[in-house]
Design a protein around this ligand. Structure first.
Ligand code: ADP
Ligand code: ZN
Length: 619
């Protein structure tokens, strides 16, 4: 082992709280952070399950800074490494990364820093870590700990499976005395067990945090005109914020980005079909500029650690509740209010059912997939608190309705739909199971359209049989019946709605249904935001909001000078504190959350200057 001269920025201050304050500028640990850090400092292994934005990184960063030697962080997200390293440099922490993007010269430099003990943190891609050359180098260096980020990549059933992760168990065999910490935001039981087994973490202490993201407000609305619905939502909730909009196809991402641009927003597409350079450019804009919207397929987001994404919108149904939770989890990592917005309709149900039917999976897998789809549809159609439904899916119990989702804020009625469903089914049956929802609705409400007359459906007994139910309820009825599996949609025959074995049970009076009454689309959402364009200052008054905007301008200027994303200068939450507390001295400024030693020195005076001049204006 090499001669060590570990003159870390804070080796002298070996107390975790001190490091939290001095380096990161935070006053208190969150959740299990302190216990996890203590456990690693004592030499133990840890397995950490924490939701996105829960604060996983501190759990290995602080022990890596305090323990002698370098903390080695294994991460599959090459795109993120450079950002993480820059964020560490901003805090004055000695960090570097090793991955395929480095030139040989750069790589040698990092290797030398490592063996000379000049690094607190080293981020490594798994395949790079497992290379003989790297392992040999690690043998010669002092290692503070191994952190295995995104540990669920070891799971062969998961959608992020990474072959190389399977080999990470050798870390334990090769370096038995080095503490290890595995971290993930993926919670389900089987994945958890797989991680423990494959990474050889049987001895590790497990830390599970609740999966709730209380700052995210969930909205799921019936789809009419999704782009228009999105625009209204943006106008009322996010006139000037960053956000991600998910669409299912490449073509739709382009369309929606174009459409938003025509309506005065800065919106950029992102999907796997784009040229790599253009894609990279759009991602950079999203990270480095303010108020940029990204319209993406799910290819976007894995490598994105932007803390001030104020909303995530799905204009198409995601694949599963897991995917929905992961994608919406990208909003509001900074803990400030954020929105998750989704539009959902019959076509989405049909599409997912079709995918399932065509799937080549074996029966066991298919039944798992079917249950997952049913759970997702259940979330969309619930009249209960969305958060209770979501958390229950992950095995977490929330005792009381959350008060921060659409169904809590605007309670939705349920109604006995058995008779309406029977009418719909009779109509489907009499018209030969050959027609789609629009035509069936015409027949049910008794509208003599050309098509109705052409097929002589106005002569049937079912013609007009549903006329006492308002016209606009019928699309919602068909959608809910399809979601429950009480009707099927035959895409081979242009969306013809057909009966299922379950429909027969309902027709024979063996089962009942309850529907949700979708809120009327034109109903104005209660205004919940302040006059400011930025959702994160919602709780401030107009003067604070004005100062916040000026601080944001300064932040953007500094970020541009330094070639950094603005959030690496300060998070929105720090700016909000500044606008609230108006610190006018360096000592007072040091008390702002997120202001550590290095940021105080670098930026303190410039921000105080803006606060001072603004305070004069106010007087
Ligand atoms: P995760 O990796 O779990 O998604 P991060 O480690 O990125 O979460 O942390 C999320 C955000 O919370 C970051 O902006 C981080 O700076 C902030 N954070 C973490 N721990 C604390 C703390 N103890 N006090 C204040 N902010 C914190
Ligand atoms: Zn709720």
């Amino acid at each position: 082992m090499n001669n060590r001269n570990h003159d870390s920025c804070c080796a002298e201050s070996a107390d975790p709280r001190q490091v939290l304050r001095d380096i990161f500028g935070y006053t208190d640990f969150r959740g299990d952070q302190e216990e996890i850090i203590g456990h690693l400092l004592g030499g133990g292994d840890a397995f950490v399950l924490m939701p996105t934005g829960g604060g996983k990184s501190l759990c290995y960063q602080i022990p890596a800074i305090i323990r002698p030697g370098t903390g080695v962080i294994v991460s599959p997200l090459i795109a993120l490494m450079q950002d993480q390293v820059r964020a560490m440099h901003q805090l004055g922490v000695r960090a570097a990364f090793l991955n395929s993007t480095l030139s040989p010269v750069e790589r040698s430099l990092v290797e030398r820093q490592l063996s000379d003990g000049e690094l607190d943190l080293l981020y490594v891609a798994p395949e790079r870590l497992l290379a003989d050359r790297t392992l040999a180098m690690l043998d010669r260096s002092r290692i503070a700990l191994f952190a295995i980020d995104e540990a669920h990549c070891v799971s062969q059933w998961g959608h992020d499976f990474r072959e190389e992760y399977l080999r990470l168990s050798i870390l334990h065999e090769r370096y038995p005395d080095v503490p290890r910490i595995a971290l993930t935001a993926t919670a389900d039981g089987p994945t958890r067990r797989e991680i423990v087994e494959r990474l050889n973490l049987g001895e590790a202490r497990t830390f599970v945090s609740g999966f709730d993201r209380p700052n995210i407000r969930y909205h799921i609305v019936a789809k009419h005109n999704p782009q228009q619905q999105l625009l209204s939502f943006l106008k009322s909730e996010h006139p000037a914020d960053s956000g991600i909009i998910y669409r299912l196809s490449r073509r739709k991402t382009e369309e929606t980005a174009q459409w938003l641009t025509e309506h005065g927003r800065r919106a950029l597409p992102y999907h796997a079909g784009m040229e790599a350079r253009a894609r990279q450019r759009n991602q950079e804009m999203f990270l480095h500029e303010e108020n940029v919207l990204i319209v993406a397929t799910i290819a976007f987001g894995m490598g994105i650690d932007k803390p001030d994404v104020r909303f995530v919108a799905h204009l198409d149904l995601p694949k599963s509740i897991e995917a929905y939770y992961q994608e919406t989890g990208r909003a509001g990592r900074d803990g400030l209010p954020a929105n998750a917005f989704m539009t959902y309709g019959l076509a989405d149900v049909v599409m997912l059912r079709q995918l399932l039917d065509r799937s080549e999976a074996d029966d066991q897998h298919k039944s798992v997939e079917r249950r997952k789809l049913q759970a997702l549809l259940g979330l969309c159609e619930t009249i209960r608190c969305r958060r209770q439904v979501l958390l229950a899916y992950f095995g977490d119990r929330l005792m009381e309705p959350c008060g921060n989702c659409d169904t809590c804020l605007h309670p939705v009625e349920g109604w006995d739909g058995t008779e309406a469903a029977q009418k719909a089914m009779h109509c489907i049956s009499r018209t030969g199971q050959r027609f789609g929802a629009v035509h069936l609705t015409d027949v049910l409400i008794g509208r003599s359209t050309e098509r109705v007359k052409q097929f002589r459906h106005d002569k049937l007994s079912v013609f007009g049989s549903g006329s006492q139910i308002p016209l606009e309820e019928w699309p919602s009825i068909f959608r809910q019946l399809a979601a429950m599996g009480l009707l099927a949609v035959d895409m081979e025959r242009y969306g013809a709605i057909t009966l299922t074995s379950e429909s027969r049970r309902l027709l024979q009076g063996e089962r009942e249904v309850r529907f949700r009454r979708d809120p009327k689309p034109e109903r104005k959402r209660a205004k919940s935001r302040s006059t400011s364009g930025n959702a994160s200052v919602a709780i401030c008054g107009p003067e604070e909001a004005a100062l916040f905007e000026r601080l944001r301008e300064l932040r953007l200027n500094i970020a541009r000078e330094a070639g950094l994303p603005p959030y690496m200068v300060f998070h929105d939450s720090s700016l909000r504190d500044m606008a609230d507390l108006r610190p006018l001295t360096m000592t007072a400024f040091a008390g702002i959350s997120g202001v550590g030693r290095q940021k105080l020195e670098r930026y303190g005076e410039r921000f105080i200057e803006v606060i001072r001049s603004d305070s004069k204006d106010v007087e």
